[in-house]
Ligand binder design. Structure first.
Ligand code: SF4
Length: 478
């Protein structure tokens, strides 16, 4: 596969990025792709390793090994190296219906599992994937995919995030009439209103929705299935229902001052910002001129920092409960697991450029939100590790000035407001309980974060594809 000496002769080259201090001036994507020849050289670094761990697609000890979608990475890298862009894209599309999304927002566990990464730099798999996807749109290799015929059965999908879209894509191809119900004014769920424009421009999401519509999928927008009557009507009208409502119930801090004006959930902040950009209006809450404190350490916290910077925050601080990670893999996090190491993601890189310092504060325990009518500060103390547990250091309390706190501490399970109307059961983690994708109601299935809990976009796509096959088996008996 590829150029057998490629990994020795060429260094890894990722896409270029606009400098952090420049790109914070707007909300546009900031990737500057390599030219096609350079990209082919990068694909040639795929080394004919024999056992390609990059497409394993398994979890071990809570960490990914390789691509969850089992993308045929060595195969499309080889085709790309040989300048066969269309053939490479078709090979990619076999396993990944939306490479333009994963090429932008996937954390690329494939690269951590690449054999080249054992003692060197991985192949630039994610950037190769994005190049193939964008080139395919540009050259017209991506066209609406329709089934040979529709056989008369109808399926309703509730929720149009990555799992719902993947499920709709697959079931439509299998000959089902698919209607996707979305409570927002635009389809895409998390892709549309959860991930900021800098990472995924909204025209990219709507380009895919338009393609799905041309393929035969129907989108019903502004449809909140918020009553038993509405749920029962869907149950009557369709042969099967699939709940893909995500895991949007946010974790919170039940401490003094949590209801103060100025304490906000991260996802509300992000979606309000995206909506304001689309409407060319002011967001309901802005970080402009404010001291912002972000609590949490995941991707959402990084997105909050990036948005707050672009809105003109006076200062930004991020609190994490955990200690700073090591820059090297620990003994219990060996290759080919996804590396659990210290990294500086895009928003943190930007904050460093703007404020001339790393805005992360480690091992912080948030104890109280302070203020009268509105937030004025946050009382926090330091933590230390003792016998594997976080222990508060007595006397370390300090007041941090803050006008806006963004809670980005993950999600506690599926939002029940819609699912309860269908009478399905939930598991102990607040997710929709399923057996092989089927809920406690025989006509209702579920996939994505609503079923598994908070996960990655790439896992949601995988779950949507698998659920589609399960529903097909149920309805067709095949
Ligand atoms: S979807 Fe993610 S894990 Fe899979 S090949 Fe693309 S970047 Fe890698």
């Amino acid at each position: 596969m590829g150029n057998v000496r490629g990994f020795l002769d060429f260094k890894k080259a990722n896409n270029q990025k606009i400098a952090p201090s420049e790109r914070v001036k707007n909300f546009k994507e900031f990737i500057k792709p390599l030219d096609k020849k350079e990209r082919e050289i990068q694909a040639g670094r795929c080394m004919d390793c024999g056992v390609a761990f990059c497409h394993t697609g398994k979890m071990s000890e809570g960490k990914d090994i390789g691509c969850p979608l089992n993308n045929l990475i060595p195969e499309w890298n080889d085709l790309l190296y040989r300048s066969l862009w269309e053939e490479a894209f078709k090979r990619l599309e076999l396993t990944n219906p939306f490479p333009e999304f994963t090429g932008r927002v996937c954390p690329a566990p494939c690269e951590d599992s690449c054999v080249c990464a054992i003692n060197g730099e991985s192949v630039s798999i994610k950037d190769n994937e994005l190049a193939l996807a964008e080139n395919a749109f540009k050259e017209g290799f991506i066209t609406p995919l329709k089934p040979q015929k529709y056989h008369g059965k109808k399926i309703a999908i509730i929720g149009s995030g990555p799992a719902g879209l993947a499920c709709a894509y697959s079931l439509n191809l299998l000959g089902y009439k698919v209607s996707v119900y979305e409570r927002s004014d635009k389809a895409g769920g998390l892709l549309m209103y959860g991930i900021p424009d800098m990472k995924l421009e909204k025209s990219v999401v709507q380009r895919r929705i338009a393609l799905l519509e041309k393929s035969g999928v129907e989108f019903k927008l502004n449809q909140n299935i918020n009553s038993k009557e509405k749920a029962n009507k869907l149950l009557k009208d369709f042969d099967a229902l699939i709940l893909c409502t995500g895991a949007s119930e946010p974790n919170t801090l039940n401490i003094k001052g949590k209801d103060l004006n100025g304490v906000k959930f991260a996802m509300d902040f992000l979606s309000e910002n995206t909506k304001s950009l689309l409407k060319n209006s002011k967001p309901a809450t802005t970080a402009k001129g404010k001291n912002v404190l972000v609590i949490g350490s995941g991707d959402t916290s990084v997105d909050c920092i990036a948005v707050a910077l672009r809105q003109g925050a006076k200062s930004i601080t991020r609190f994490e409960r955990s200690p700073k990670k090591s820059e090297l893999r620990s003994k219990d996090n060996p290759w080919p697991l996804k590396a659990d190491i210290f990294t500086t993601d895009y928003g943190l890189e930007e904050a460093k450029a703007v404020y001339q310092k790393d805005v992360r504060e480690y091992q912080k325990l948030t104890k109280e939100f302070v203020g009268k009518d509105k937030l004025e500060g946050v009382l926090a103390s330091d933590l230390k590790r003792e016998n594997g547990k976080n222990v508060e250091i007595k006397g370390s309390e300090k007041l941090y000035k803050a006008d806006l706190v963004l809670l980005a501490m993950g999600f506690s399970g599926s939002e029940k407001a819609i699912s309860v109307n269908f009478g399905v059961e939930f598991d102990t983690k607040n997710n929709i309980a399923t057996t092989n994708y089927q809920s406690s109601h025989e006509k209702i299935f579920s996939c994505g974060d609503a079923r598994t809990g908070q996960s990655l976009v790439v896992w949601a796509i995988k779950d949507g594809l698998k659920c589609a096959l399960r529903v097909h088996k149920e309805l067709s008996g095949e």
